[in-house]
Design a protein around this ligand. Structure first.
Ligand SMILES: Cc1cc2nc3c(=O)[nH]c(=O)nc-3n(C[C@H](O)[C@H](O)[C@H](O)COP(=O)(O)OP(=O)(O)OC[C@H]3O[C@@H](n4cnc5c(N)ncnc54)[C@H](O)[C@@H]3O)c2cc1C
Length: 422
C-alpha cells in the first residue's frame, strides 16, 4: 500500500512527488516513456514561480535554466511592446529547459526513497472504503491511501471517472527551431515573444521562447481544429509570415517533430474529493490569456504538500472536508493574479473586428508608458501572488481604453467596463 500515488509526471506531478516523498511512501506513474526521452520543452519560468520550488531547485542551475529572462516582447503587426527587466531591476525570471527540470525532480523523488514508473498508463481506478485501487493497461494494480491526479489535458476520462469536471481545452502546436547560439541571438533579441494575429488564431497567441541553441515556437488554436490542420498551418506560418521571417531565417526544424495537443484553461469548481487531489493543468489552472501553466503546477504541488503533510502525521482518512483546505488555498494564492488574464482574454480572444487594433494599441501603450511596463514587470517578479495588485491592471486598462478612437470608445466601453469587473 502506498501513502500517495501520483498519476502524471509533468511539472505538477514531479514537483509534488519530489516534495511529498520526504514524508510519505510515494509512487509516480507516467504514460510516456521517459527512459527513452523526456520530451524537450523550452519555457518561460517567471520569477513569481520561484517561491514554490526554491527548496528543490537551484535558480542558478544552467542545465535547467540556460539563461535569465530579461526581455519580453508583446508584439503586434506594428509595435514591439518590450518589457526589459534592466529598466527596473532583477530579471523577469529564467528561461527553462523543462525536461532537465523534470529529470532533476525525478532524481530527488528516487533519492528520497520514492518510486517512478514510466511507460505505464493507468486506465481504471476503483474506490474502496479506506483506499483506492489503480489498474494499469497491463492489468496490474496498485493500492494507495491518497491519489493525486496530475494528468494535464491528457487524462480527462480518468478525471471524469472520479467525479471531477474537466476544463475547457484547445488545440495547440509546438515545434523547436535549432541553430547555433550566435545565430539564435542574431535572429532573436527577446527571450519571449507573445504575438496576437487574428488570422493565426482568435483563441490564443503565437509565441517564441528562446533557449541557447533552440527556440520553441507555436500557437494555440481553436477547440475543433484537427492536429493535422494545425501542424500544416504552423508550417505555412513559419515559411510565409513576413513579420516573423527574421526570427526563423536560417534555423532548422523538423515538421514531423511537431507536438500537437490539448491545453486547458478556465478552472473547474472543485480540485479535491475524498482521497483525491487534482493538480496543475488538469484543474484548468492555466492563465487565460498568457497560457502560463508551470506556475499553477508548482503552486498546486507546494500547496498540496503543505495540506497533506499534517494529515499524514495525524493518520487522517483524507476526507473531502480535510482536503477542501487545498482548494481554498490554491484559490487564495492564484486567483488574484488570474483576474488579469481573465480580463485580457475577454477583451482580446474573440471573433470581433477590434482584435487587431486593440492589440496594436496595447503594444503601443507598453512602448510609450513606463508605468504600464513597470506594473507588468512587478507582476513577473512578485513573490506573493495572493497580493497581486489588481489596481495596477486597472491602470493599464484605463490607459489602454484612453487610446481608443472616439467611435471605438463608444462601442467598446461596455466591454472594458465588464473586463474591469471580471
Ligand atoms: C505550446 C505550449 C507552450 C507553453 N509554454 C509555457 C511557458 O513558456 N510557460 C508556462 O508557464 N507554461 C507554458 N505552457 C503551459 C504549461 O506547459 C502546461 O500548462 C504545464 O506544463 C502543465 O503541466 P502539468 O504537470 O499540469 O501537465 P502535463 O505536463 O500535461 O503532464 C501530465 C502528464 O500526465 C501523463 N498522463 C496523463 N494521463 C495519464 C494516465 N492515465 N496514466 C499515466 N500518465 C498519464 C501525461 O503523459 C503527461 O506527461 C505551454 C503550453 C503549451 C501547449
Amino acid at each position: 500500500m502506498y501513502d500517495v500515488i501520483i498519476i502524471g509526471a509533468g511539472i505538477a506531478g514531479t514537483t509534488f512527488a519530489s516534495k511529498i516523498s520526504k514524508y510519505a511512501k510515494t509512487l509516480l506513474i507516467e504514460a510516456q516513456d521517459y527512459k527513452k526521452e523526456i520530451p524537450i520543452r523550452t519555457n518561460v519560468f517567471p520569477e513569481h514561480n520561484r517561491p514554490f520550488i526554491k527548496e528543490e531547485i537551484d535558480w542558478n542551475n544552467k542545465g535547467i535554466f540556460p539563461s535569465p529572462h530579461t526581455k519580453s516582447n508583446y508584439m503586434s503587426d506594428e509595435f514591439n511592446g518590450v518589457i526589459d527587466s534592466t529598466e527596473f531591476g532583477i530579471p523577469l525570471g529564467n528561461m527553462c529547459y523543462t525536461e532537465n527540470l523534470l529529470e532533476k525532480l525525478l532524481n530527488q523523488l528516487e533519492e528520497q526513497g520514492g518510486t517512478f514508473k514510466s511507460n505505464e498508463r493507468i486506465s481504471k481506478i476503483n474506490r474502496h472504503h479506506d483506499y483506492l485501487e489503480l489498474i494499469n493497461s497491463k492489468g496490474e494494480s496498485y493500492k494507495t491511501r491518497l491519489l493525486a491526479l496530475a494528468t494535464g489535458s491528457r487524462g480527462f476520462d480518468l478525471q471524469r471517472s472520479l467525479g471531477f469536471e474537466i476544463p475547457d481545452h484547445y488545440t495547440g502546436a509546438l515545434i523547436h527551431l535549432f541553430g547555433d547560439e550566435n545565430k539564435i541571438n542574431e535572429n532573436l533579441e527577446y527571450n519571449y515573444v507573445f504575438h496576437i494575429n487574428p488570422k493565426i488564431s482568435t483563441n490564443g497567441p503565437f509565441y517564441f521562447n528562446k533557449g541557447k541553441e533552440r527556440i520553441a515556437t507555436g500557437f494555440l488554436g481553436g477547440t475543433n481544429e484537427s492536429k493535422e490542420a494545425i501542424i500544416e498551418k504552423l508550417d505555412r506560418i513559419l515559411k510565409n509570415y513576413k513579420r516573423i521571417q527574421p526570427i526563423v531565417d536560417g534555423l532548422k526544424y523538423d515538421l514531423s517533430a511537431t507536438v500537437a495537443g490539448e491545453i486547458s484553461k478556465h478552472p473547474i469548481k472543485k480540485f479535491s474529493n475524498d482521497r483525491v487531489l487534482v493538480l496543475g493543468e488538469a484543474t484548468g489552472l492555466v492563465t487565460a490569456f498568457f497560457y502560463e501553466g508551470l506556475l499553477p503546477g508548482v503552486a498546486c504541488a507546494d500547496i498540496a504538500t503543505k495540506t497533506i503533510k499534517p494529515l499524514f502525521e495525524k493518520d487522517s482518512n483524507f476526507n473531502q472536508l480535510e482536503l477542501k483546505e487545498y482548494d481554498k488555498e490554491v484559490k487564495r494564492v492564484l486567483f488574484p493574479y488570474f483576474k488579469n488574464g481573465n480580463a485580457l482574454e475577454y477583451l482580446i480572444y474573440n471573433e470581433g473586428s477590434h482584435v487587431k487594433s486593440l492589440w496594436r494599441l496595447y503594444t503601443e501603450l507598453l512602448n510609450e508608458n513606463k508605468l504600464a511596463r513597470k506594473y507588468i514587470y512587478e507582476a513577473y517578479i512578485n513573490q506573493d501572488l495572493s497580493k497581486h495588485n489588481t489596481s495596477n491592471d486597472r491602470y493599464v486598462g484605463e490607459k489602454w481604453f484612453g487610446k481608443l478612437p472616439t467611435l471605438s470608445k463608444i462601442t467598446l466601453s461596455p466591454k472594458f467596463f465588464k473586463a474591469m469587473l471580471l
